[in-house]
Design a protein around this ligand. Sequence first.
Ligand SMILES: [Zn+2]
Length: 460
Amino acid sequence: MDIKGMNGEIYWRSKKFPQAIAKGYESFDVLEHLTREAHAQGIKVDAWLVDFAEGERGAAFREHPEWAMLNPNGTTTATETLGVAKRRYPYVWMCPARRPGYTDQWLLPMIEEIAVSYSVDSIHHDYVRYPGDVAPEGYCFCDYCLKHIPRHAMLSYETRPQRFRVKYIQERIEANWWSDPTMIPADWQERDRREMADYILNGRTIPGGPPDMRYYFYDYRIHQIDTFVREVRERVRKINPKIEISAAVFKNPVQSGRFIGQRWHEWSRWVDVYMPMTYRSHFAGSFEDYLAHLTEITQRQLEWTRREQPLLAGIASTYLYREEMQPLEDLRERVGELKALPATADAERADKARAIGQTYGVLRVRLAQFAPERERDLASLVAAVTDGDARAATPEAIDKLTAALNALRRDLPPGFCPPEKLLRAIEAARQAKPDGIIIFAAGNLTIEKLWPAVEMAFKR
Ligand SMILES: [Zn+2]
């Protein structure tokens, strides 16, 4: 169960962080009720935390804006945009490195409080990394990191800090690193944030050699995430050695080390279970391609971890249904766009009405097959919005259609998401012989009416 969400809101009655408790949960302790009721039924409870992402209006960023990750321009991830449509990115990632900072003043004490106060079976790491979909290279260049990246790689000495030049004795330029040169420039302190960041990303540790400085940047980020994962293990073990640690991680630890500081296959001392998110959304290609790649990469994950800890192949049901869901998602988007148009924009509204009609034409085929009545109801709501080039589309009609589409998305008819796809994905994961399978997330299985398929797949 998610107990610390993407906006920094928490779902237990924290004594240390009452300001972070989600609205409506001030006097209802979800975690207390959940652990009691689940344990009575023999169900384990994993306390799932979004680690390093926070909300712009979350308590941590509100109280400590100085804890946020900064890019070379000195701004937070909330100034970034996503996709070609340049959607605003609504989350603030917090610097994992800064001490004192978010890690040791907020996240670790939260996890300790859970371990002390609740009988959870595990702590589950999510977002235990640097940002990936926005600017994977851009963070963190906060003042702390600008000081500590060169220090981490020991690019100069703090004691007897003289400047040593490269002695070009060896023929291969980079072989002269042996001469122990000072690797940060003499005017380092006079540089501004952008210049320092540019040097860390594009500089050469040996003048005349390759532009290799960013190696230390990647290593530093990996080290910060490793340190946090290790500290969680140590602190939780001290409080209650029965509490296990699990982690949702990206599919390829070698690449995620480079892009998001998450070199997770080396965490075997600090986590008890690996749960790679081998979702279809992280692969290119068709559903058939995905099945083959799911088997292959799960085999590789077992090699990378050397089977030092159990690894559960992670499948997300929703993304399996890209082909089935896309028309519904497209339709919801088009209707949203129509709603945003001014009533006077006749030509644009007519265009949008045609697009809505076409997209519905795709969706209706599948819907009519599994829920003919719902299809007829929806068809009349679509007609009310599109008839006469949307001339009669009142805001009320658009809202009605929006509500009906949202209701459909929350409660799909059985069969709309074919259970065979989930069964085949489970089978593809099994081919790799993982220690188990984890399906993210239970709520979607309910929406997609896939529990009978799960039951069938795991029947012994
Ligand atoms: Zn930082």
